[in-house]
Design a protein around this ligand. Structure first.
Ligand code: FEO
Length: 165
């Protein structure tokens, strides 16, 4: 059984993952409207991944005898100041999520809930990979600039950067 505190914390994480999925979906839609189909694909795929994360939390909570709550999701921004700015906002968001995952690890260890500690380790690794992948994109955009020909090439190649570490 999960403690009340763990149940509440895991349900808060459901909401964070749901918001992340919404945020990436908003970025995908905005980017697609700017005419960058490859970058939009990247954000659409990211949004799907975040939905999978949310589902993992929902299923885990219920499996452990808790009640996973499907949350109201806050409306994400509609517009973003630029392509690089959108990725910077993504990185900031991922860092916040990593902090929340680390807090769950700390709580699990504090409560001697080793099952949750084991289960959450997948997310620890996933967050490390996500931060790394967004950082590499920002680094690339810093080199090529986020306009003109460089961005056209980047839009063509970005999907190839998924899952290559
Ligand atoms: Fe599921 Fe990227 O946080």
């Amino acid at each position: 059984m999960l403690t009340e505190k763990m149940l509440k914390t895991l349900n808060e994480q459901v909401k964070k993952e749901a918001y992340a999925s919404h945020l990436y979906l908003a970025m995908a839609s905005w980017v697609e409207n700017q005419g960058f189909e490859g970058i939009a694909e990247w954000f659409y795929a990211q949004s799907e991944e975040e939905r999978v994360h949310m589902m993992k939390f929902i299923r885990y909570i219920n499996e452990r005898g808790g009640h996973a709550i499907v949350p109201v999701i806050e409306e994400p921004p509609k517009d973003f100041p630029g392509i690089k700015a959108a990725f910077e906002a993504s990185l900031e968001h991922e860092q916040m999520v990593s902090g929340a995952i680390n807090d769950i690890v700390a709580l699990a260890l504090h409560e001697k809930d080793f099952a949750t500690n084991n289960w959450i380790q997948w997310f620890v690794e996933e967050q490390r990979e996500e931060e790394d992948s967004v950082q590499r994109i920002i680094d690339r955009l810093e080199i090529i600039g986020d306009h003109g020909h460089g961005l056209y090439v980047f839009d063509r190649d970005i999907m190839a950067m998924r899952g290559t570490h």
